[in-house]
Ligand binder design. Structure first.
Ligand code: GLU
Length: 508
């Protein structure tokens, strides 16, 4: 029988969710939705040393912003809760005991100093079958001594007793079969009496089993743990329902080899976190995609293609399309270069999908921030301005630089253009242009353009020079959308007023 698809995203709340973690969550979500399965959010907070307040809320907020919906989790509840590992201590204690009773794990009393000494004395020391009998644990010490130590409240850890010399197979849906020999593994710590908490390995396996997880989809950095996990499933007798493993390729630096880091983002100027993060300890603020002006749809589309492709060169895909097309067959084994310029391109594309009115609403706060009160113009006027320049933007913020002349007259004039286009004839020619514009019956672009161009031709003027001088007076620089679209929207009075201002202010 096919088992129900159940996947989990299992972050540790040790800081803001990294963009690589977001991609892991996304792939889990795509796979779950494609198969009518469940998406679990499990908070793996068993490392009390590394717990960071606010990190869990951050994870929830980031996933919600991106449209990655959770079916079962701390907030959502569900039949397999609690979904926070620090609330599952009883469960881990029970399963730790089960391994101890079966002789598959043992107590170890070695102090940090003793471990340090062993490492110093033996090159490449590893706590395993070859060394464990020389250490202080329940295998090497007499039973009464073990009991005495436990009763005396000595701190201990529980270690997994790994049988050496066995080939352990890990089947990965992207990488295929990976075999390693158990002799290279150490007797991993599964539980620590000091804080009555399991380690990642035990809690992760127990929960994946109890929560009936069908597929473990996670970053490549967890691949080295997979053989140990297989052995744990075996030790518990759960091998038949062990989840499938899927280890996703690393996200690499944009400009070279190696794992993408926060430093790359700082160096090259892009965020590595979905949302802005305020570090509660240092007060440091790290930028986020949301605050930088990215649309969540663009971030999702961009991330989906970092490590997966649809099998053809389709690039623009919304969540529904991604859900339909996603497959592990088209996930790459090698790392995916983090091409942040491509991220901007996606944002550009998704902004163009929005209506001019929607963009207008998003633009209003930007206008305000630039000292222009949006209430001074009709929404329709702003929307038409936005519509004329939106092809040139990657972010809503860019709209201001591209369209500000629709809202404020130029206060300075681009120097290079003045030198090139504004000669001593221009004040007179612009004066004539004002007359031409005043004589127009219809000031629309379609009506004005042929008349103005006809006048330039009749007079034998240089088309480029005159039109650029015209643009200079109205816009302040020789850039922007089609000139007659600009004048149509500004209207006759404002256009002529600006030409007059130009004649006054520019050299004459
Ligand atoms: N808690 C681990 C993390 O922070 C989970 C790894 C896994 O998915 O097994 O990524």
């Amino acid at each position: 029988m096919e088992r129900k698809v159940r996947v989990r995203f299992a972050p540790s709340p040790t800081g803001p969710l990294h963009i690589g973690g977001v991609r892991t969550a996304l792939y889990n979500y795509l796979f779950a939705r494609q198969n009518g399965g469940d998406m679990i959010l499990r908070i793996e907070d068993t490392d009390s040393q590394r717990f960071v307040p606010g990190a869990e809320d951050y994870i929830n907020e980031a996933l919600a912003w991106l449209g990655i919906e959770i079916d079962e989790g701390v907030r959502e509840g569900g039949p397999f809760g609690p979904y926070k590992q620090s609330e599952r201590r009883d469960i881990y204690r029970h399963y730790t005991q089960q391994l101890l009773d079966a002789g598959k794990a043992y107590l170890a009393f070695d102090t940090p100093e003793e471990l340090e000494k062993a490492r110093a004395e033996h090159k490449n020391f590893q706590y395993d079958a070859s060394t464990r009998m020389s250490m202080r644990n329940s295998l090497s010490l007499p039973a009464e001594e073990v009991k005495r130590l436990v009763d005396a409240g000595e701190k201990y850890v529980v270690r997994f007793k790994i049988e050496p010399g066995r080939d352990v197979e890990v089947n990965d849906l992207i990488r295929g079969k990976v075999t390693i020999n158990s002799s290279i593994l150490d007797d991993k710590v599964l539980y620590k009496s000091a804080d009555d908490l399991p380690t990642y390995h035990l809690a992760n396996i127990v929960d994946d089993h109890l929560m009936e997880v069908s597929h473990v989809i996670r970053g490549e950095e967890w691949l080295p743990s997979a053989p140990l996990h297989v052995l744990l499933y075996e030790a518990f007798g759960w091998i038949d329902t062990m989840p499938e493993f899927v280890h996703l390729p690393l996200l690499l630096k944009p400009d070279g080899k190696g794992k993408l880091s926060k430093r790359d983002g700082d160096r090259l100027g892009f965020p590595v976190f979905p949302l802005e993060w305020h570090d509660p300890k240092s007060g440091e603020i790290s930028s986020g995609y949301r605050e930088r002006g990215y649309l969540p749809e663009a971030v999702v589309n961009f991330l989906a293609l970092l490590g997966w492709n649809p099998g053809d060169d389709t690039e623009i895909m919304d969540m529904a399309t991604l859900i339909e097309k996603f497959s592990f067959d088209h996930c790459s084994r090698s790392g995916a270069k983090f091409d942040f310029e491509k991220g901007k391109w996606f944002n550009h594309k998704y902004l163009l999908e929005l209506s001019d009115m929607d963009l207008t609403q998003m633009f209003k706060p930007v206008m305000k921030a630039n000292g222009a009160d949006p209430a001074a113009w009709s929404d329709e006027y702003i929307a038409r301005a936005v519509g004329l320049v939106k092809g040139r933007i990657n972010f809503v913020d860019d709209l201001w630089a591209q369209s500000k002349f629709f809202f404020v007259e130029p206060t300075e004039y681009e120097e290079k253009a003045v030198r090139k286009r504004w000669n001593e004839d221009m004040p007179r020619i612009m004066g004539e242009l004002i007359e031409v514009l005043e004589g127009l019956e219809d000031f629309s672009a379609a009506a004005a353009e042929p008349v103005v161009l006809g006048w330039i031709a009749d007079k034998g003027y240089h088309l480029g020079n005159v039109m650029n001088a015209f643009r200079l007076t109205v816009v302040g620089e020789c850039k922007g959308p089609h000139m007659f679209d600009i004048t149509e929207l500004l209207g006759r009075d404002e256009t002529i007023r600006r030409i007059r201002l130009g004649i006054e202010r520019l050299p004459h």
